[in-house]
Design a protein around this ligand. Structure first.
Ligand code: SF4
Ligand code: SF4
Length: 378
């Protein structure tokens, strides 16, 4: 039977959070590894600050790092942000306070924004959301992955917890493309579950000390839920957390798909260690479950950034062509051409080009997001 622990934690005071996280992990009987390489995947999302409660609080990440370092583990903290902007993942580590935590525990920070990807298909893996999915290669090299998620109700996907958090492992531009290719919450939920089937986070720890009602952005309202929740099964954790804020399991495509695909045996058959409570998140989304996504939405259609090759400085070395996971790069008419219809916007070619000849060609929507980010610092 899946176990989910719920531990009281009234605020983000360092020692209290450390004890609560430790307690939550021990209560589910999970043994942290020793002398291994462990990746922590927090939910950072953008250049948000801890007091906005849109992101996994740095004290929760600090507590996880401390527990891991006590056992001699090497720590890597990784995230990609929504709406690609070069270098912003590293900046977001700083605004979130997680950069400072990484220095304290000598953890390495990795932005999953323009890195090498590995292809998985329906034929060689247990994926169903799309015909193929590309996962950062680095994510397949860890001994263990800890999913450090945040409790939020979500204006588009209803609920954001442990299952959805791992979507942030994909580069930002690629995430936007996946939003374009999926047609409703069931299909997008299947992609989230595909990522779990490949990456397999062994431990999920939710920052539910302050939850966000009406997230995922800072427009949401904070709710003092005062808990740390932990489980080995991200789906079981989400069942417990989502029902505590007011959802029924049948109202969440993400949980229905998790159940259908065997991620969780039964919604009822979960051993809860601790006290389940009821919170009144007022902004729960109650639209029809299979309502199609608005494929013409500017946030879906116009937020990934196309690439252009500057033929004046390109040396025709071919590295971009060799490294492209979808073969979107070709040599044509004495130059290099990127086929935007094939490109998945992983931006890896841009990061490895020795001449810096690949440039981004942002849409007006992206320019607007960048201006908003610059003005607001978010
Ligand atoms: S990697 Fe850069 S320099 Fe090499 S072919 Fe591609 S665009 Fe040109
Ligand atoms: S051309 Fe290829 S490597 Fe470059 S961003 Fe597109 S998919 Fe990625």
């Amino acid at each position: 039977m899946d176990k989910v622990s719920i531990v009281d934690c009234s605020c983000y005071e360092e020692e209290l959070v450390y004890r609560s996280v430790k307690d939550a992990v021990e209560k589910i009987g999970f043994e942290l590894p020793s002398d291994k390489r462990v990746l922590i995947k927090p939910n950072i999302m953008s250049q948000n600050r801890p007091e906005q409660h849109t992101i996994t609080h740095f004290q929760v990440v600090d507590a996880i790092c401390r527990l891991l370092r006590e056992k001699g583990n090497e720590i890597i903290i990784g995230e990609s942000i929504a709406f690609y902007q070069k270098g912003l993942a590293m900046k977001a580590f700083e605004t979130s306070g997680i950069g400072e935590v990484a220095r304290k525990y000598r953890a390495k920070l990795v932005g999953f924004e323009d890195i090498e990807l590995v292809r998985f298909t329906r034929d060689d893996s247990d994926i169903v959301g799309l015909d193929e999915i590309f996962i950062p290669k680095i994510l397949l090299d860890f001994d263990m992955v800890i999913n450090a998620c945040k409790l939020k109700s979500h204006s588009a996907m209803r609920f954001s917890g442990a299952i959805k958090n791992m979507f942030g492992c994909l580069p930002g531009g690629y995430k936007q493309k996946i939003h374009l290719w999926t047609h409703n919450e069931f299909e997008l939920s299947d992609v989230f579950i595909d990522i779990h089937k490949i990456i397999k986070s062994e431990l999920s720890i939710m920052d539910a000390i302050v939850g966000l009602d009406g997230g995922p952005t800072a427009m949401g309202k904070k709710v003092n839920t005062k808990m740390i929740i932990a489980s080995e099964n991200p789906a079981a954790l989400d069942v417990v957390a989502a029902t505590m804020i007011g959802y029924k399991t049948g109202e969440l495509p993400i949980l229905l798909q998790a159940s259908k695909r065997g991620m969780i045996k039964s919604f009822e058959d979960i051993e809860i260690i601790g006290h389940k409570r009821d919170f009144h998140f007022k902004r729960l989304v109650k639209k029809d479950l299979d309502k199609p996504f608005d494929s013409d939405s500017i946030f879906v259609k116009h937020t990934y950034v196309d690439l252009e090759v500057d033929s004046r400085i390109c040396s025709l070395c071919g590295k971009c062509k060799d490294s492209c996971p979808v073969k979107a790069v070709s040599k044509k008419n004495g130059g290099v051409h990127i086929d935007a219809t094939r490109c998945i916007n992983c931006y890896h070619c841009m990061s490895i080009c020795p001449e810096n000849a690949i440039e981004i060609n942002p849409t007006p929507m992206n320019r607007l997001i960048w201006v908003i980010r610059k003005v607001t610092g978010l």
